[in-house]
Structures are given as C-alpha cells and as structure tokens.
Design a protein around this ligand. Structure first.
Ligand SMILES: NC(=O)c1ccc[n+]([C@@H]2O[C@H](COP(=O)([O-])OP(=O)(O)OC[C@H]3O[C@@H](n4cnc5c(N)ncnc54)[C@H](OP(=O)(O)O)[C@@H]3O)[C@@H](O)[C@H]2O)c1
Length: 337
C-alpha cells in the first residue's frame, strides 16, 4: 500500500501489536508523514521513544490519551488519514472481575473512535478483534463483539464521507503480552507448566501475520468486512511439550470465562462468509457496494451454509517441532530445549 505522505494513528501503539505495526510502518521504506502512538501509560511511551529517537524517526509522535475520552481522541485524530484501533482491555479473567471497565474501554472506546473519525478527515479505520468475539462466552469476547458490530455498522452512517471501517479478527498472537508462550517460558524455570485442560486448542498467528492482515485490510477493505486470516491451530499440550518436555504438567482446570476451543467464524456467520484464498471475510448484512463487483474483484467464493472455522476442526496444525522453531524465531532467540 502506498503510505507516502499519509498520517497514521495507532491506538494502543505501545502494545504488542502496536509495536509490531510501528516497526513495520517505519521500516517499510515508505515516506509516512506522521505516525501517532496513542495510549495512556507514559512509561511505556517513554520506553518506546528510546527505541525511536526523534532525530532518526522525525515522523513518530507520542500522544497520551484514553480511548474513553472522546475529546482527547478527536484532538489526536486531527490531520490523520488512517487509524488502526488496537487499544483494548484483553485479559479474560480481569474483564470477568471488572466488567464495566472492559465495557468502557472496549465498547465506549470504540464508539468514541468512530465518532471522532466521522468528525475528522480520517478515511480508513481498521479495528482489531479476536476469536473470542465469535459466539462469546466471556465479557471480553462480548465487548469485542459489540465493538465489531459498532465498526461494521459505522459504514451505514458515513453519508458522503468516503471513510471505510473494517475489522480484522484473529486468534492467539504468538508471544504477545500476557499470552501462553511467554507464561510457559517463565514457568519452565520452576519446572512446572500448568495445563488448564488437556484437550484445549487455540488458533496461532505471529505478530507479523497480524500486521500483514491489518495492512491488507487497510488497503483493500470496501467497508464493513470482518477479515479472518487462515491460520493453524495448536494443542495446548503440544505447546507445553515444545517448551518444557522435562517439566511437570499438572491439570489445573480452565479459568473463568475460558473456552476449550476457539471459533473465528460461527455456523450462523457462514451465510455471510466468503473464502478469498488466504483468508475469509464475513460481510456485513447491509452494504453500500455491489456484492457481484466485490465477488469478481476478489475471486470470492461463498462458504457452505453451516461452515464453522473452529480451532478444534482446523485442517492445519502446528506440531511440537513447528512450535519450537516458531518460538525461537518469533518469541525468544535464545530458546533451547
Ligand atoms: N494478543 C493477542 O493474542 C490478541 C489476539 C486477538 C486479538 N487481539 C486484539 O489485538 C489488539 C491489540 O492487542 P495487544 O496484544 O497488542 O494488546 P496489549 O499488548 O495489551 O496492548 C494494549 C495497548 O492498548 C493500550 N490501551 C489499553 N487501554 C487503553 C485505553 N483505555 N486508552 C488508550 N490506550 C489503551 C495499552 O497501553 P496503555 O495501557 O498504556 O494505555 C497498550 O498500548 C486488541 O484489540 C486485542 O483485543 C489480541
């Protein structure tokens, strides 16, 4: 995508995905006009600013703000072309315990971003979602489903404004903050890897895979799509075996709000879902564009009625060997078994 002379804002720019996107954007060789990192914690911004000194990266700006604060969001969006919305509360048990905090950040925050984008010159918005938003059973997933609905429906109220809102939904990001792989790498030192449930499976994507899907959505969205990359699954027991074959692996039971398997596309979504080769797209029930033109443009094929994209029934799996290689490549260069 040609980002020359474009101004981009990343909410949650100091998080796992935000940092990977920043690296990608600043090292893509394009002449971005401005890249704004929007988040609350000054310490994280201070540390990130050390990695990107102003003399070497004059495009980068650090903007303290909370997505719950609409006026601040609107101020930050002045002069911005593209927004990537990655800020969220994402820890399932914390959201279960503090539900309204999660609602305020993930739902009210999404609404604030949409309103501010509609009132400024922003033309493209990609919001990050999660497999936990498809048929949610926990509060985190439910707030992300509500957020997805807000971003998809935002396309209905754009009037003549050329702005396009879309969503990227994916599963566990390998090595991201608070995820299972860094947790197991830490617990390995104690010789114990607690397994929540021996049958548990998850989708797996690398940070770069997440970045690529976001960049694709930014460039190709027609408005209202939920982009779902085709990614492998792993068994949680294989992750434990890959990291600490010598460790004790007690079964500790699932945490509040956790599922045994994750789903990215439900059977009910199948009626709106198209296969575009490397990824699926769940289309909005109403859209301003022509469906036949969309199908022709992307060579899209409708999936079978009742199709589900579930981490347990996946056709592609990471083996213990694959996981070891990926951990060394994407999470910890010093990783050895
Ligand atoms: N990591 C995964 O496995 C995964 C999987 C699927 C989807 N996702 C989605 O991908 C997105 C990014 O996840 P991540 O792993 O990068 O998360 P992360 O590492 O926890 O980063 C979250 C970012 O959001 C910021 N933030 C949190 N609350 C905020 C608020 N109220 N206002 C402004 N900024 C706020 C945080 O900074 P401050 O705390 O300083 O504000 C941080 O920069 C999220 O939407 C998440 O739901 C993640």
């Amino acid at each position: 995508m040609n980002l020359n002379n474009k101004s981009i804002l990343i909410t949650g720019g100091t998080g796992s995905l935000g940092k990977a996107l920043t690296k990608h954007l600043l090292e893509s060789g394009t002449e971005i006009k401005k890249l704004v990192i929007f988040s609350r914690d000054e310490q994280k911004q201070f540390e990130m600013a050390q990695e990107y000194p102003a003399d070497q990266y004059p495009q980068i700006r650090f903007f303290i703000g909370d997505v719950r604060d609409e006026a601040r969001v609107k101020r930050a969006l002045k002069g911005i072309d593209y927004v990537i919305h990655a800020a969220a509360m994402k820890h399932v048990p914390i959201a279960e315990y503090n539900p309204m905090e999660c609602v305020k950040t993930n739902i009210m925050g999404a609404e604030n971003i949409i309103n501010a984008c509609l009132e400024t010159e922003v033309t493209r918005v990609v919001a990050l979602s999660t497999d936990k938003a498809a048929a949610p059973i926990n509060l985190y997933g439910a707030t992300k489903l509500a957020s997805d609905k807000l971003f998809v429906a935002a396309n209905n109220i754009t009037g003549w404004n050329p702005i396009k809102f879309s969503v990227v939904r994916y599963g566990n990001v390998m090595g991201s903050n608070g995820s299972v792989i860094p947790f197991f790498l830490k617990k390995k030192k104690e010789g114990i890897l607690p397994i929540t449930d021996p049958t548990m499976t998850r989708f797996n994507i690398s940070l770069q895979g997440g970045v690529d899907m976001v960049m694709h959505a930014l460039e190709h969205a027609w408005g209202g799509e939920i982009f779902v990359p085709k990614i492998p699954s792993y068994k949680i027991t294989d992750v434990a075996e890959a990291i600490g074959p010598e460790c004790e692996k007690p079964i500790v039971g699932i945490r509040p709000g956790e599922k045994i398997h994750e789903e990215m596309i439900t059977a009910s979504d199948s009626y709106y879902t198209y296969d575009l080769g490397k990824y699926y797209t769940i289309l909005p029930s109403t859209h301003k564009w022509n469906l036949n033109e969309f199908i022709n443009e992307f060579g899209a094929t409708k999936v079978k009625p009742g199709f589900q994209y579930n981490s347990a029934d996946n056709e592609e799996w990471e083996t213990v060997g694959d996981l070891r290689k990926l951990i060394k490549e994407h999470v910890d260069l010093t990783f050895e078994v």
